[in-house]
Design a protein around this ligand. Structure first.
Ligand code: B12
Ligand code: SF4
Length: 530
């Protein structure tokens, strides 16, 4: 398997990311973790390198691959890079059939044998990668094959065998942190980075749209507090002002532990101006926890998703509107400095257009916090993907596989939902249009934001509609700037990525959409611009 000339194995671990707002390059945490583990375990028997590729820059891969000349290459597969990974793997095999390729990450775990076959790779790892990677490297050093390793699928497996492979899970205390060297992270560090960061692994929930639920990873495991403290000190010193996206399923699922973590995060915020974003569920919060996390550098993304009972049942997340409102108000009272982002979903199966409008009206009428509507998608390996036919779901042809129609909502209705989300996000963020829009919603449209949008839309001139639709088509067709991303950019006031559409063009679209509102306001209500 490995050339007889050499005593060591050369391992290249590749993470390919898309562009991310105006933050500096996002690290691929999965491959950084794998390198750290392989380095500690194998020392100089394995020469490893982490390669972080940004903006899906394929040419950079070929350059660095040529310079490093690996024996084996591992790719981290997410929905935003998997097409590129497949293309690279096939070319690699064509150029050098002896090279050993293995795949891991969420998209590999979800697609399994289908991805292995399509990419022509030699092995695919399900779930956490550290244990299987170590086993595979040991086999390479012994010049043995990769058969019968727990958590690993080989091309010779049947569909059934492949679907039954469970992840190999090792104690988190044994895993070294990558937040201690540029080599492990795979890029030069400086202030204002973007780091995914873990304090735990596993998730007690079983949301139908998430593929992790099929992995038997229900029990939650924690990284030692000492490690988290050390990571924070390293970041305060080396990468202040960094944006830390906490990758935990929900850091607050264990209150005692969350209370122990609070001073560690707050020290990072105070001493290093580090900003933390957490994904969480309201059911885990009480006044004490809210007070402990009350800091302007903390952002809580609250997964409300839907208030529609039928959809909640399908997703496996049930709670009442009263419960959500009560807890949001508590958050406002006890954590007034925190940036709260209410996250809802649209294009959900089992939801009609008018039911979505009710959610939309409720969310925008809630007097506090930022609002964000995520496009529901079919993630590979999720229970919802398995129910696609039964739920009459159609999706976009390329990843992310956003839902374009369901039994309850046709394509044109979902498109209207998107136009409503797009225009309202712009009108409600702009400090000049926002008070006017709120005023007309209240006084002319009985408090209904959806009704206001639908009426406004029909009153727009043809050329105004065409500009909005042109912007919509751009957002829909791409991979690098979708409506989800745009909402986040608007909320966070990020500069816009220099992707296919330059900053100035994007500003042109958003400013024009604001202007259309003014024109309507002046024409219909005789109001003056503020
Ligand atoms: C940070 C993060 C992001 C960051 C970017 C991350 C990046 N590097 O570019 C941001 C915020 C931008 C983001 C955006 C999105 N994300 Co996101 N995100 C995450 C999150 C929270 C953490 C990822 C992480 O670092 N985890 C910790 C590391 C250690 O785990 P890991 O990467 O999985 O790696 C382990 C194993 O997978 C495996 N492994 C990984 N790579 C490899 C490679 C090899 C060779 C091997 C052997 C093993 C291996 O071993 C690793 C260590 O055990 C995950 C959820 C989660 N908890 O994982 C979602 C997740 C990755 N995101 C997801 C989604 C859906 C999105 C969005 C589409 C959401 C949206 N609607 O906007 C967008 C992407 C939009 C787009 N246009 O493409 C899905 C991905 C599904 C998929 N199949 O790819 C996840 C899994 C969430 C979920 N519950 O479903 N995301
Ligand atoms: S979406 Fe989040 S809470 Fe739901 S199962 Fe996945 S990781 Fe857990």
């Amino acid at each position: 398997m490995v050339s007889n000339r050499k005593k060591n194995v050369r391992l290249l671990l590749v993470g390919i990311s898309r562009h991310l707002n105006d933050y500096f390059r996002v690290i691929s945490l999965g491959v950084a973790c794998l390198k750290s583990y392989a380095d500690v375990k194998f020392k100089d028997k394995v020469v490893s390198k982490t390669l972080n590729i940004f903006d899906i820059d394929e040419a950079q891969f070929w350059k660095e691959n040529g310079e490093f000349s690996p024996d084996i290459i591992g790719f981290s597969c997410f929905l935003w890079n998997v097409d590129t990974v497949i293309k690279i793997c096939r070319e690699l095999k064509k150029k050098n059939p002896k090279i050993k390729i293995f795949l891991g990450g969420p998209e590999a775990t979800g697609r399994r044998l289908r991805l292995l076959k399509e990419s022509l790779a030699d092995a695919l790892i399900v779930g956490e990668g550290e244990g299987p990677l170590a086993d595979m490297l040991s086999r390479c050093l012994e010049k043995k094959g990769w058969d019968n390793i727990s958590g690993v699928i080989l091309p010779s497996y049947s569909e059934k065998q492949s679907s039954e492979v469970l992840p190999q899970i090792i104690p988190l205390e044994n895993l070294p942190s990558p937040f201690n060297s540029e080599q492990a992270l795979g890029l030069q560090v400086h202030p204002k980075m973007f780091y995914p960061f873990e304090t735990m692994r596993g998730c007690p929930n079983r949301c139908a749209y998430c593929m992790w639920t099929t992995l038997g990873a229900k029990s939650v495991r924690y990284f030692p507090l000492e490690r988290i403290r050390d990571d924070m000190e390293w970041m305060i010193k080396n990468t202040p002002q960094t944006y830390i996206f906490v990758a935990d399923s929900d850091t607050f699922v264990n209150k005692e532990r969350a209370m122990q973590l609070a001073p560690i995060f707050l020290r990072g915020a105070e001493q290093g101006k580090l900003r933390f974003v957490f994904q969480t569920n309201l059911k885990n919060w009480d006044a004490e926890l809210m007070k402990a996390y009350n800091h302007p550098f903390i952002e809580l993304n609250i997964g409300i998703n839907t208030l529609n009972e039928k959809v909640q049942k399908l997703f496996g997340r049930v709670y009442t509107k009263q419960f959500v409102e009560k807890n949001l108000l508590l958050l406002h009272q006890f954590a007034p400095d925190v940036h709260v982002l209410m996250q809802m979903m649209y294009a959900c199966p089992k939801e009609t257009f008018s039911e979505f409008c009710s959610l939309f009206d409720w969310a925008w009428s809630f007097p506090y916090f930022s609002k964000m509507f995520f496009h529901t998608q079919l993630l590979s390996g999720s229970r919802m993907e398995a129910q696609q036919k039964e739920l009459s779901i159609t999706t976009r042809k390329q990843a992310p596989f956003y839902i374009t129609s369901t039994a309850e909502c046709n394509h044109s209705e979902i498109k209207t939902e998107e136009l409503m989300i797009l225009c309202t996000a712009i009108w409600m963020k702009n400090s000049k249009t926002s008070p006017l829009y709120k005023e007309i919603v209240k006084t002319k449209f009985k408090g209904s934001f959806s009704l206001a949008f639908l009426t406004l839309w029909t009153s727009l001139q043809k050329k105004q509609k065409s500009l909005i639709l042109e912007f919509y088509d751009y957002l829909e067709s791409g991979k690098d700037r979708l409506l989800d991303d745009l909402q986040l950019d608007i909320i966070h006031e990020f500069n816009v990525a220099p992707g296919r559409l330059g900053n100035s063009k994007l500003t042109h679209y958003t400013n024009s959409i604001s202007d259309f509102f003014y024109e309507y306001y002046e024409k219909v209500f005789g109001g003056k611009r503020i």
